[in-house]
Design a protein around this ligand. Sequence first.
Ligand code: I3P
Length: 109
Amino acid sequence: KHGVLNRKTHADMDGKRTPRGRRGWKKFYAVLKGTILYLQKDEYKLDRDLSEVDLKNAIRIHHALATKAIDYSKRPNVLKLKTADWRVFLFQAPSEEEMHSWILRINLV
Ligand code: I3P
């Protein structure tokens, strides 16, 4: 699955609140491949063309949990992703359908 997602980093490893300056929303082209959610700067890329930054932004979603972000109301269609190492991200999808589709696909991994 792939598509445009806006990301906000809410908590870093071990659940520590992400400090100010790194909490802004940022637009990515998201690609879910196996157990990895790649967050790419641009659309379609071959694996070998992923930049160092793309690789650094990739999230392992094995044992992660995606839910609708019911406690976040500033933007619509936002899902919350908690990873196995207790990081927390918010992702804004372009529509409600897309948000539900991402939640289903992430939780199937
Ligand atoms: C953050 C940025 C986010 C905002 C966040 C700010 O600043 O303005 O858009 O979240 O508020 O800290 P920075 O880019 O300097 O990290 P919202 O869009 O959800 O308001 P927060 O600290 O209350 O999460």
